[in-house]
Design a protein around this ligand. Structure first.
Ligand SMILES: NC(=O)c1ccc[n+]([C@@H]2O[C@H](COP(=O)([O-])OP(=O)(O)OC[C@H]3O[C@@H](n4cnc5c(N)ncnc54)[C@H](O)[C@@H]3O)[C@@H](O)[C@H]2O)c1
Ligand SMILES: Nc1nc(=O)c(N)c(NC[C@H](O)[C@H](O)[C@H](O)COP(=O)(O)O)[nH]1
Length: 243
C-alpha cells in the first residue's frame, strides 16, 4: 500500500534535525533516535504487540526520515514481534532504503521468511546487518554479520556505531526501537544527534510497554509540529556528556 503524501510543512520542520551531507571522515554515524509514543509514554499496548500509534501523516514522516538515513537499527524483540519491512516507501524511492541493522546477539530472528526478505527479493529494500555474539550459528545468504566477542552481554553503542561507520560506511543511522533500545539510548545522550518523537493522541494503559530514561533529562533546540491526530517533537539533548 502506498503512503499518504508528505505534508509540505514537515520538510522545513525536519530539515535542521536531519543528517548533514558532510561526508568528511568521522568516527561514528549521525544518530537519530525516533519512535512513536502514546500520551502515557507507551510504545505498544503490551509486550510483543505491534500497535499503530502514528497517523498516516506521521507514518509518511518516518519513511521520509528513512530516506535520509543510511541505516535503521532495531532490537531483536521488535524484529520478532513486528516483522517490520524497514524499507523506504517515500515517493516509492525504494533504492533510498536504509540498511536494516538487527541487534540479535543470540540469533533468534531469521531473515528468510521475514517481510524484510520479501522486500529485498522484490528489489524494494536492503538486506540486513545482524549483530551477533561469536561466530553465527547459522549463516543466511545476503546477511552481513557484525560479530562481537562471546563475552559481551550487552554491546556498547559507541563501539557499535563506530563499527557501522568503519566497516559498513554508514554515515547516518536512525534508531527505531523498541523500548529496551530506546531506554538505553536515552541514557547515552552523548551519542544521539537528533531526537524525533511522535506523540499519538491515545493512552495505552498500564500493560503498555513504557519508554522512560532512568534519570531526568533536559532538551534543547526544541520544536513542535501539530498534525491531525498526533504531534512531533524534535530536539537535541542538553549537556549530553553528563547524562
Ligand atoms: N511505537 C514505536 O515507535 C515502536 C518502535 C519499535 C518497537 N516498538 C514496540 O516495542 C516492542 C519491543 O520492544 P522491547 O523493549 O521488547 O525490545 P527491543 O526491540 O528493544 O529488543 C530488545 C532486545 O534487543 C537486543 N539488544 C538491545 N540492546 C542491546 C545491546 N546494547 N546489546 C545487545 N543486544 C541488545 C537484546 O536481544 C534485547 O533483548 C514491540 O512491542 C514493538 O511493537 C514500538
Ligand atoms: N513511527 C511509528 N509509529 C507507530 O505507530 C509504530 N508502531 C512504530 N513502530 C516502529 C516499529 O519499528 C515498526 O515495526 C516499524 O515502523 C514497521 O516498519 P514497516 O512499516 O513494516 O517498514 N513506528
Amino acid at each position: 500500500m502506498s503512503l499518504a503524501a508528505l505534508r509540505d510543512d514537515l520538510v522545513p520542520f525536519l530539515a535542521p534535525y536531519l543528517p548533514s551531507n558532510d561526508v568528511s571522515a568521522k568516527e561514528r554515524p549521525f544518530i537519530t533516535l525516533t519512535y512513536a509514543q502514546s500520551l502515557d509514554s507507551r510504545i505498544s499496548a503490551a509486550p510483543g504487540v505491534r500497535t499503530a500509534i502514528s497517523h498516516s501523516e506521521t507514518k509518511t514522516m518516518t519513511h521520509y526520515l528513512r530516506y535520509h538515513h543510511d541505516g535503521i537499527l532495531i532490537g531483536s524483540r521488535t524484529a520478532l514481534a513486528d516483522d517490520p519491512g524497514l524499507n523506504c516507501k517515500f515517493n516509492d524511492e525504494f533504492e533510498k532504503s536504509p540498511r536494516p541493522i538487527i541487534l540479535d546477539l543470540s540469533q533468534k530472528w531469521r531473515f528468510q521468511g521475514s517481510q524484510m526478505y520479501t522486500l529485498y527479493k522484490q528489489g524494494r529494500g536492503k538486506p540486513p546487518i545482524v549483530v551477533v555474539r561469536g561466530a553465527p550459528t547459522l549463516r543466511e545468504n545476503d546477511v552481513d554479520y557484525l560479530i562481537f566477542s562471546q563475552n559481551e552481554r550487552y554491546i556498547d553503542f559507541e563501539i557499535l556505531f563506530s563499527r557501522l561507520e568503519a566497516e559498513f560506511g554508514l554515515h547516518s543511522v536512525m534508531v527505531e526501537g523498541g523500548a529496551f533500545v530506546i531506554n538505553e539510548l536515552l541514557a547515552r545522550g552523548d551519542l544521539v544527534d537528533s531526537l524525533v518523537i511522535t506523540i499519538g493522541s491515545v493512552f495505552l494503559g498500564k500493560n503498555g510497554v513504557e519508554v522512560s530514561p532512568a534519570n531526568s533529562l533536559e532538551l534543547k533546540d526544541i520544536d513542535w509540529w501539530n498534525g491531525t491526530r498526533d504531534a512531533i517533537m524534535c530536539a537535541r539533548f542538553l549537556n549530553p556528556k553528563i547524562v
